[in-house]
Design a protein around this ligand. Structure first.
Ligand code: TXA
Ligand code: MG
Length: 320
């Protein structure tokens, strides 16, 4: 692949206009969302979408999330149902992705769905993402803007670390607020609600989803059926070895702490705040990974957004 001069664009009016023009021209533009930075392309343009896979070095079978400005726009690509309506009303714009059956005349490139007859749609809340969606006036396919298998980016600098020279531009929107990828709910099952199934944990928790649905979520069954990289055993991987649930460090380990622990090299949240920990997780893993060989991580409580944090940590620690 030829090397590009990757632009770092400010998220002002001119920067957003330039980013939209690059997308319209079939280019690749990384954009901030409230979860992590995404690597965007026009979801209707197969060649542009192929560029995403090439830049990320991503296995061809992983489908991408399509970003839309609102639920009306989503409904031009997917078959809506009762559960989608409830969840979108409760959580859009926001860190929630819904997987729904594609509808007639959707116009989405088949490379986006990796040939599946369903589509993952998300309406992000980040004002820069919203401004870009408005300026571009079309669906933006965007996986996390990191080389495949590596830690997701929560700043424009992280994006450049992994993808500089491989993409056209990054829109700089500062640090992302949530820091973990969106919650994904599958709605492609039988019946009026599509059997809502939690496919990926995120900051919108099972309890929040079930309250909005007024029903229990189904459990995801075999990962093979879903082909989600969030469900590959090793993902979000630092180069350093990771040991989890550590209360006493061993020789040579740097401690990524949580709560009031002593001798932490970095602390996800000294106050023990899970939201703060989620926002810091990927940036701190990166920072330690740059200098350390072994990283020990304090126990993270397994409730609320702590479930999503533990999910990412378990994948980051998986043998590879
Ligand atoms: O927060 C996020 O979701 C970020 C921002 C940029 O929106 N995006 C993100 O994308 O994390 P990515 O590609 O890293 O993860 C997308 C997930 C994958 O696990 C993929 O397999 C799943 O969505 N997915 C996409 N389409 C799907 C489909 N039709 N059925 C099941 N899973 C799907
Ligand atoms: Mg990803």
């Amino acid at each position: 692949m030829t090397s590009l001069n990757t632009l770092l664009l400010p998220s002002d009016k001119a920067g957003i206009a330039q980013a939209a023009a690059l997308l319209a021209d079939g280019g690749l533009v990384a954009l901030p969302t409230e979860t992590v930075y995404g690597l965007g392309a026009d979801a209707r343009a197969g060649k542009a979408v192929a560029g995403i896979y090439a830049a990320k070095g991503r296995p061809g079978f992983n489908p991408l999330i399509v970003h839309v400005p609102n639920s009306a726009a989503a409904q031009t690509y997917v078959k809506w149902n009762d559960a989608a309506e409830r969840l979108a009303s409760a959580f859009w714009p926001g860190p929630l992705t819904l997987v729904l059956p594609l509808c007639e005349g959707h116009g989405i490139a088949s490379l986006v769905t990796a040939g599946l007859d369903s589509l993952a749609v998300r309406c992000p809340a980040h004002p820069v993402a919203q401004a870009l969606l408005t300026a571009f006036n079309g669906p933006i396919a965007a996986p996390s803007a990191n080389p495949s298998g590596k830690i997701s980016p929560t700043t424009a600098a992280h994006v450049l670390e992994g993808l500089s020279g491989k993409i056209d531009a990054v829109l700089d929107g500062g640090s992302t607020e949530i820091g973990l990828e969106s919650t994904i709910v599958g709605l492609t099952g039988l019946g009026q609600t599509g059997a809502p199934t939690l496919l990926r944990h995120g900051s919108i928790t099972r309890e929040m989803l079930e309250a909005a649905l007024g029903a229990e979520l189904h459990e995801a069954t075999t990962p093979a059926a879903i082909t989600a990289p969030g469900q590959l055993a090793s993902h979000y991987a630092p180069d350093a070895a990771l040991r989890l649930n550590v209360t006493a460090t061993e020789q040579g380990e740097a401690l990524l702490g949580f709560g009031p622990v002593e001798n932490a090299t970095l602390n996800l949240s000294p106050a023990g705040d899970l939201r703060e920990a989620a926002a810091n997780l990927f940036a701190m893993l990166r920072e330690l990974d740059a200098t350390e060989v072994k990283i020990a991580v304090s126990p993270i409580p397994a409730h609320g957004i702590g479930l999503a944090i533990n999910d990412r940590l378990i994948r980051a620690a998986a043998p590879r």
